[in-house]
Ligand binder design. Structure first.
Ligand code: MOS
Length: 742
């Protein structure tokens, strides 16, 4: 079904709305009589509240209520602890500990909400919140993973346990060996848009929610379970989102609490969290320590590989991610073992963030590959090619598609890899040391169940509908292209409606899966419309009677017979002749069992050139080239933008991003955007993106694999490798701040 054509780049369909303020984010919605709430957070990381004085707050102007564990309205479905199914599809398991918002004086992490203050304006709620005073009984809090690595436990669930292929210790006896430890700090999603919710009970069991969620259906389901009402009576709207990066992949306890309080006070209720709360209450990338053991022979063939990772989680939930998975299948190596552990700390729970798991794991594996290449005196690309695999060694099955060799080659050309000197520290540009580095990235390519409705009107316009939300990558634009490619309706006549539970059900936007999932449903619905048109044209008495479907082409609103010039009928005439004002098709789509015969991944390669100032230790990424092997590129412009965004995130991960805890108090010291440094324009050079753009013949009818995550996965390793090439200094502890190079 896949046509071997390159798609034209079209502008983002929502671009104008976004840059003119026409796009409404959850907090932009105004409902009459709305009240506002502000969270008050715990000042200790572990212990319990001994006294809570809310009198002053209650008496402050405009205050409608102060809710604490003493008077919190019930949340019927939260008899199952938060972290249960009511939270949507998050990667977590319950522990023996329970965190239920405002349900007991127990404190499990710093910043845990101890009160929610409601007032008639946001400013009055903020002031009243400052009047809530608490005293505590403190217990010693364990917040530093580095002190507790030995306490790691094997989690239940998909990421738990150990993996072994061949012999676990084969690396030890290899001619060339390497052992190295890599660490990453807490990183925080920090989208520009703050998190929160606007909840409005439109009836005793009817709810309207404007949320900051990556999945409106998931939020609908979570609220249905929490409040024991029919999901059909819950309407969730999230058309626009000012960045998600993973933080919106679940419904958070404070959102549920706001819904409960809105019911109690009988008014619409809005919560917009502040920036420091964004560090604590909506997840983060967990601190992770990793060890790689690698053995190779003198020819540069891997003999053995072992990858162990330990990450933090909360006391009350086991969060896991696929940190060590890449090591199992990335390279041809007969002996591979991996081990993944988590440590429960007195911290709030992590959540998936930008290339979750793989981004952490790739930093370790791809740094180690660079270190080994150096030991072997091999070019890092050559070393990877010597261990290249055309089939998945973990599952012993083919990849659905893999064009990584071409990606290495094209990226190398674009960055000017031939200018790289194998000898570290041997290239200068004035006072700056210059180095080149590269790294591979990978992420699972998914195809989840999704549905879509497509309506073709007799005037030639097309409407595409799906509940899927767009966290920023340009989902509507990609779906426009999918529809355009099947029905040849001009892009300007296609309208995409999304981000609302009134539309056909769709999965949560995450895991780089949406073009594959929802795109397939749109493709199927459009294909069904096309079949209807063909049937109308070729039936007895139809204008193209007797022709076979494969003799017909559909272009510019015309069905024509390829071999008979002039023999054609316009789609609108055809519809009018059959008294049709609209052809309306809804399709559910999911992959068939044949997908299970393949390993499906998107691949990327990142190349960077860095300049390092030997006097100050400052690292500048001076050039970046990112190559995506993610199947057919459906929307080239938004795809390139995603890659650029990934590189910006990657520069932050590599050089600046670190949320620091003062472990004496278990609290962040840089929980704001002035002190937590995301990459800004001055940090980001012109970025070249290259799309291999070869359709995957297996995954879906568009041949498109995901691309959001691979834009980031691996990038930090490429920077670390370039810094080594520039300076001879190997930094295994992110971020690579100047102090680590002096
Ligand atoms: Mo992504 S971390 O699946 O939003």
């Amino acid at each position: 079904m896949t046509k071997d054509i390159k798609n034209p780049p079209i502008d983002r369909i929502d671009g104008r709305l976004k840059v003119t303020g026409g796009a409404n984010y959850f907090a932009d919605f105004e409902l009459p009589n709305t009240a506002y709430c502000v969270l008050v957070g715990s000042e200790i990381a572990k212990g319990s509240i001994t006294s809570l004085d809310t009198k002053k707050a209650q008496g402050a102007p405009g205050v409608l209520g102060v809710f604490t564990h003493q008077n919190m309205p019930p949340i019927p479905g939260l008899d199952a602890p938060v972290g249960g199914e009511a939270d949507g599809p998050a990667p977590k398991q319950k522990t023996e500990e329970t965190y239920r918002i405002l349900s007991s004086p127990k404190i499990l992490f710093d910043g845990q909400p101890i009160a929610i203050v409601v007032a008639d304006t946001f400013e009055r709620a903020t002031y009243a919140a400052s009047l809530v005073k608490a005293t505590y009984t403190k217990q010693a809090a364990r917040t530093d993973l580095h002190k507790h690595v030995a306490e790691g436990i094997a989690p239940k669930g998909a990421e738990g346990g150990n993996y072994l292929r061949g012999k676990a210790d084969a690396y030890q006896s290899a001619p060339v060996t390497l052992e190295a430890n890599y660490t990453i700090p807490i990183e925080v999603h920090n989208p520009m848009e703050l998190h929160g919710i606007l909840a409005h009970w439109t009836g005793p069991a009817n709810l309207m929610i404007y949320a900051k969620t990556q999945g409106v259906n998931a939020t609908q389901q979570a609220m249905a379970e929490a409040f024991k009402i029919d999901p059909k009576n819950i309407h969730v709207h999230t058309e626009f989102m000012g960045g998600g990066f993973g933080m919106g992949l679940r419904t958070w306890p404070q959102e549920t609490a706001v819904v409960a309080i809105a019911k109690k006070i009988g008014r619409p209720l809005k919560l917009v969290m502040n920036r420091s709360q964004m560090f604590t209450l909506v997840g983060h990338r967990p601190t992770t320590v990793q060890t790689i053991n690698m053995g190779a022979d003198q020819d540069g063939k891997l003999v053995g590989l072992a990858h162990a990772a330990t990450a933090e989680t909360a006391s009350y939930e086991d969060f896991t991610e696929a940190t060590v998975n890449m090591t199992k299948f990335m390279y041809a190596c007969p002996n591979v073992s991996t081990r993944y552990r988590i440590v429960r700390l007195d911290r709030s729970v992590p959540i998936w963030m930008r290339g979750p798991g793989e981004a952490t794991g790739a930093f370790a594996l791809e740094s180690a590959m660079d270190e080994m290449a150096h030991k072997l005196n091999l070019d890092p690309i050559e070393f990877r090619l010597r261990n290249y695999t055309e089939t998945d060694p973990e599952h012993n099955r083919p990849y659905s598609s893999k064009h990584l060799k071409e990606a290495y080659q094209r990226g190398a050309e674009a960055i000017g890899w031939s200018n790289r000197k194998n000898e570290p520290g041997s290239q200068r540009d004035g006072n700056w040391l210059v180095g080149y580095g590269m790294s591979t990235g990978v992420f699972s390519a998914f195809r989840w169940e999704a549905s879509a409705r497509v309506l073709l009107k007799a005037d030639g316009s097309l409407t595409v509908q799906s509940a899927v939300t767009d966290i920023g990558p340009g989902t509507g634009t990609a779906l426009t292209m999918v529809a355009h490619n099947v029905l040849a309706v001009p892009v300007s006549r296609i309208k995409v409606e999304y981000g609302d539970t009134s539309l056909p059900k769709a999965p949560t936007q995450g895991g780089s899966a949406i073009v594959s999932a929802v795109g397939s449903a749109v493709f199927d619905a459009c294909t069904s419309i096309k079949q209807t048109l063909i049937e109308l044209a070729t039936k007895n008495g139809g204008p193209l009677t007797g022709r076979q479907a494969d003799e017909l082409t559909l272009t510019d609103g015309m069905l024509s017979v390829e071999k008979e010039p002039g023999k054609k009928v316009s789609v609108s005439e055809l519809m009018k002749a059959n008294n049709l004002t609209v052809i309306d098709k809804t399709k559910e789509s999911k992959g068939g069992p044949e997908l299970g015969k393949y390993s499906m991944y998107s691949f990327s390669v990142h190349f960077v050139q860095v300049r390092v100032n030997p006097l100050t230790g400052v690292v500048r990424v001076s050039k970046a080239v990112s190559v995506a092997d993610s199947g057919r590129i459906v929307s080239p412009k938004t795809a390139a933008s995603q890659m650029i965004g990934g590189v910006a995130g990657g520069i932050g991960m590599a050089l600046t991003e670190e949320a620091t805890i003062d472990h004496r108090f278990g609290r962040f010291v840089n929980n704001n955007l002035a002190d937590y440094h995301v990459a800004v324009h001055a940090d980001v050079p012109a970025i070249e993106t290259i799309m291999i753009d070869k359709p995957d013949p297996i995954i879906n009818p568009m041949g498109a694999k995901g691309m959001g995550e691979i834009a980031l996965v691996g990038f930090a390793g490429a920077v670390a490798n370039a810094v080594f090439n520039a300076t001879g200094q190997r930094v295994r502890d992110l971020p690579i701040t100047p102090d680590k190079l002096l």
